[in-house]
Design a protein around this ligand. Structure first.
Ligand code: SF4
Length: 235
């Protein structure tokens, strides 16, 4: 399935599809398919992704836990005074803006589906889920695709900063692309059925080995598949 990114039938696309198969195999061998704290419940995941933007993992995990401890239902969240939500999520930054988004999302889902939106979301096909989730306040393509991949089991490929950076270093896309440009190019190169393994593996690899400033190419198990690694002629 390709959402944001058309399947391109060219020799180049075939090459990268096969290369990403190899990359996915190695990522799974080294990391398995790690859980990154995401939720099977798409409603909880929507808020988790919204709160995670530009916030350290330790903070957004704590804020999300606290938010659902205080407001255990969408009704409570939608009715909560904005200042109370701000106080609850204040540690994460952009608290005023996010508090509005959180309350508006809760209100929107309640109005559209009643108290159990998860069931309604699970019945949607990919295009319906994408359109609906993208229309929620504060949602962008990446957050929408994350909810679809982590919670609704669609084979879609969200591109975050780690994925963008590593795919550029490997050589699949040009370096320095804006987020939306990479999101438009990469899904068309990813082999069917491997999106989640690749996404979570690259996120972990980007945190541990292929870090933003100083990638550890000498110890990288992808170096023979990577244009940057080869250019450095690492042993
Ligand atoms: S070889 Fe270097 S640049 Fe390539 S994926 Fe590994 S750490 Fe990143």
């Amino acid at each position: 399935m390709q959402l944001l990114g058309r399947r391109v039938s060219s020799r180049k696309a075939a090459f990268w599809s096969s290369r990403f198969d190899q990359v996915a195999d190695r990522l799974v061998t080294h990391y398995g398919v790690p859980k990154l704290g995401n939720f099977r419940d798409p409603v909880k995941e929507v808020f988790y992704i919204i709160l995670s933007a530009r916030t350290a993992e330790i903070q957004y995990r704590r804020i999300h836990r606290e938010l659902f401890r205080k407001y255990s239902t969408l009704e409570k969240l939608a009715m909560a005074p904005r200042c109370k939500i701000v106080a609850c999520i204040n540690d994460g930054g952009l608290a005023n803006k996010r508090a509005m988004q959180v309350r508006n999302i809760a209100g929107r889902m309640l109005a559209d589906f009643g108290p159990s939106p998860s069931r309604a979301l699970r019945k949607m096909n990919a295009e319906q889920a994408f359109t609906y989730l993208l229309g929620l306040p504060g949602a962008g393509p990446k957050s929408t695709l994350c909810v679809m991949m982590y919670s609704l089991d669609f084979d879609v490929f969200p591109v975050d900063v780690h994925v963008n950076r590593i795919c550029a270093r490997i050589g699949a896309i040009p370096k320095g692309l804006k987020h939306y440009q990479a999101q438009n190019m990469l899904p068309g190169l990813v082999p069917d059925g491997r999106s989640k393994e690749l996404h979570v593996g690259l996120v972990v690899h980007g945190r541990r080995i292929c870090t933003p400033r100083d990638p550890s190419c000498t110890m990288c198990f992808l170096k023979d598949l990577c244009r940057t690694g080869k250019a450095k002629r690492v042993a």
